[in-house]
Design a protein around this ligand. Sequence first.
Ligand SMILES: *Cc1c(COP(=O)(O)O)cnc(C)c1O
Length: 421
Amino acid sequence: MTPGSPHFAWRDGLLHVEQLRVADLARQHGTPLFLYSKASMLAALDAYRRGLRGRKSRICYAMKANSSLGILQVFARAGCGFDIVSGGELQRALAAGAKPRDIIFSGVGKTADEMALALKTGIGCFNVESEAELDVLDGVAAATGHIAPVSLRVNPDVDAKTHPYISTGLKGNKFGIAHDAALAVYKRAAAMPHLRVVGIDCHIGSQITDSAPYLDAMDRILDLVTAVEAEGIRLQHIDFGGGLGIDYKGDTPPAADALWAALLPKLDARGFGDREILIEPGRSLVGNAGICVTEVLYLKPGEHKNFCIVDAAMNDLPRPAMYQAFHGIEPVSQRKETATTYDVVGPVCESGDWLGRDRDLAVQAGDLLAVLSAGAYCMSMASNYNTRPRAAEVLVDGDQAHVIRERETPADLMRGERLAP
Ligand SMILES: *Cc1c(COP(=O)(O)O)cnc(C)c1O
């Protein structure tokens, strides 16, 4: 039922996560509650591993998708590296057991302090996104007595007309170094005394449901690898970023192994099959490994719309409000009554606070609903708007449930605040 994950399923009309009943977990831990399936995360990782089998490769989980320590720990123990975008994420990754060498640092706005921390930690690579950043990194490395390993994030300018949903791999957005400028920037980087060029990087967008943009981007990047190496600058690794989509609502992204089965022959044909391959998947590793369980507070019939008011809100599940994104919403215990069409909304004082529109549900107040595909870009984007404590998170492993985040309290939210004298 949960798209893309067999680890959430109904048995006898009751939703289960692995071996456990969702309703029991909600009763025990309260709502809203995030539930994750460890087996589902590892299955998603395995699809990439199968796709890259026999290759020198590193899978760096893009931890902004879900940066809870208990989630990171699963990937660290499975041997993953991490793609980070802030000093805070660096500290989280280390706290979860990441090996510094397997951490790569992306993002357009790294501060000098973050660079210094990452250099001291000994991370594997900085994915540099501008010439100005290159200068600052060289300066920080000089001042702290380090040589910074760098890769340039190149914007491959994949054709928008054929792939209009790609948002980060086009000219005219803030990410990466323009493809046309990249060769000159590589030459500059190679000449800088406190930098060591180790690779090339691209990341063309998110929730990509077609292989074609990856194939196009690979061509563009390999053109550049050829040009850069002709200048005597050896690139040890090629990083193809993340972005593979998941099934939210009948979406049909390629499976990770199928995608790589299509990409690898191209890499080999261009003569770069021996290079270390890096990838930075986020959503596709965790998105369908999580649900958010919420209780129906009130049913509010109306002339134009019926509202189903639940105890989870835009602060817990920001994607609908932010991107008009779709999440499946299903009852945790199936009822026989006929369904009514509802907008499922939260208690937050914003009209943008909706979780799903025009959903046919057979529900009553007090029932539990599961918001599906909630493993990625939900908890990591959650806020405390309306002074709503963030939800608890439970990681399910077979018949075991581990609380990986306690529910916040209002006191947690006020910590650090002061009344003026
Ligand atoms: C967000 C991000 C990713 C992961 O994207 P997904 O769509 O979650 O796979 C990978 N690399 C970079 C640089 C990112 O910013």
